[in-house]
Design a protein around this ligand. Structure first.
Ligand code: IPE
Ligand code: IPE
Ligand code: MG
Length: 241
């Protein structure tokens, strides 16, 4: 896996992707939507490889939102089936590449065999640390915050002891740094309930490319653009230069 492109600096430590446009990619080709989802999952390997090459430490992929249950049942069932296939097919290769899989989201409503497959893959790769690959599946940012608040209350943490760090520690992303760069494909410019707490100071990057067409070159361009931005975190130009 050698890369001839120059190393980008600074590289975002955590890149979070909203993989959008599978349906439109398929429609453009006169194919069923599920063919688009299949093509989309094929693409994951390339982007994981690109992230490893550029030494991105954390890559997070939005695979299925809590809102996606509202799609027609045939599409939901197809998506769940494709996900199960991807886990089975890709886990050994991910493990060989030193990738640790993580799940962000809830297992509520997830069929038991799929939940077992996910937990098996998490367990299989838990010793790796070259890249932390989090898959946001059955994920919703607001639901995540509600769940965190419930856990804080249940733990009996006194109100005055609750600070931003307390909330962060009770999210699915407890030990994952906030995303530095959020990339969304397919031309939409919204978060769609993705990492809404963690995204507070992220940089955003949008491309018209549909997810199955989003290749290593486009990913590289996003990282390059990120490296040229100046993040100020509320400070003045002079303070950060
Ligand atoms: C993203 O592609 C994949 C999921 C949401 C699961 P879409 O299925 O949203 O594709 P479009 O937006 O309909 O093109
Ligand atoms: C966001 O895409 C969810 C995933 C990529 C999994 P959607 O296609 O579901 O988002 P909206 O509905 O266009 O906002
Ligand atoms: Mg979409």
């Amino acid at each position: 896996m050698s890369d001839e492109r120059p190393r980008i600096s600074p590289v975002p430590r955590h890149v979070a992707m909203i993989m959008d446009g599978n349906g439109r990619w398929a429609k453009q080709r006169g194919l069923p939507r599920l063919a688009g989802h299949r093509a989309g999952t094929e693409n994951i390997r390339n982007i994981v490889q690109a992230a490893v090459e550029q030494e991105v430490g954390y890559l997070t992929l939005y695979a299925f939102s809590t809102e996606n249950w509202s799609r027609p049942d045939s599409e939901v069932q197809g998506l769940l089936r494709i996900l199960a296939e991807v886990i089975e097919r890709e886990t050994p290769e991910l493990d060989r590449n030193g990738v640790q899989l993580r799940h962000l989201g809830s297992m509520e409503g997830v069929p038991q065999d799929l939940a077992d497959a996910i937990n098996g893959a998490l367990d299989f790769t838990r010793h790796n640390n070259r890249l932390i690959l989090s898959v946001a599946f059955n994920y919703g940012g607001r639901a995540e915050i509600v769940e965190a608040v419930r856990r804080i209350v249940r733990a009996g943490i006194p109100p005055d002891a609750v600070d931003e760090e307390t909330i962060s520690r009770h999210l699915y992303t407890a030990d994952i740094p906030d995303p530095d760069l959020i990339i969304r494909t397919a031309g939409e410019q919204r978060l769609s309930n993705y990492l809404i707490w963690q995204a507070a100071y992220a940089e955003y990057w949008f491309t018209p490319a549909y997810w199955p067409d989003f290749d290593k070159d486009v990913f590289y361009q996003a990282l390059l653009d990120y490296s040229r931005r100046k993040r100020k975190f509320g400070m003045t130009e002079d303070q950060v230069s």
